[in-house]
Design a protein. Sequence first.
Length: 267
Amino acid sequence: MIHPTAIVSPKAEIDDDVSIGPYSIVGDRVRIGAGSVIGAYVHIADYVSLGCGCRCFDHVVLGMEPQDLGFRGEESWVYVDDGATLRENVTVHRASGDGNCTRIGSGAYLMEGVHVGHNVKVGPGVVVANKTGFSGYVEVGEKAVVSGLVGVHQFVRIGRFCMVGGLAKVIKDIPPYSLADGHPARIYGINVVGLKRNGFDKETRSHIAGLYRILYRSGLTMKEALHELAARYPGDEFQEELTGFITSSKRGVTPWGASCERDQEDD
């Protein structure tokens, strides 16, 4: 199942049922799991591990050295977990720092032209649309959706089940469950549609929307709002996730959209 024009190192660890298309190149330090399909003109450099059932479409490039002036040739990896799909022209760079990795989570779907920089962590089930770029050390949480042509600053975190609108400029952390858009990005409520699609019932969605009203619309400072949430909802998993995300932020948290004048009501 390897095309005769493909150049595949005999040192690579490749399961028997892997398909590798024409003119693709696979390096020495590569592992490819069962059922994965590699298209035409794909380049998988050293220090790349693909899980089972992955799909790499034409002109994908994995494992090139990071675009980091501090990189000194240390051993670092790209891990692509089971069932991930990388469409045409996706690029994923190795990490900086000995033993570190760049990771694409299981079931992630990266559309055409997406760039994943060094030390980025893309969570399971994440969908990223065309031409979006993640700078170094970005983290994207489980089942977040990032639209096309989005630019994400280094070290920024995007929380679980977020939705980021197209052409957004993301320079600060986006808390879980929220809807963000703009240049620079602002929060405009919770990701109602995404939460519905992922099985969050009406009561849970309303509860999350209420937490966001306290955080952003109560007139309290962020520090006061976090204390209010902890006091009002002790032990609540969503409160603890939101407060933990915000208090651990190093880039700061994306503010509320100035043009959004109404509280979001759950549909």
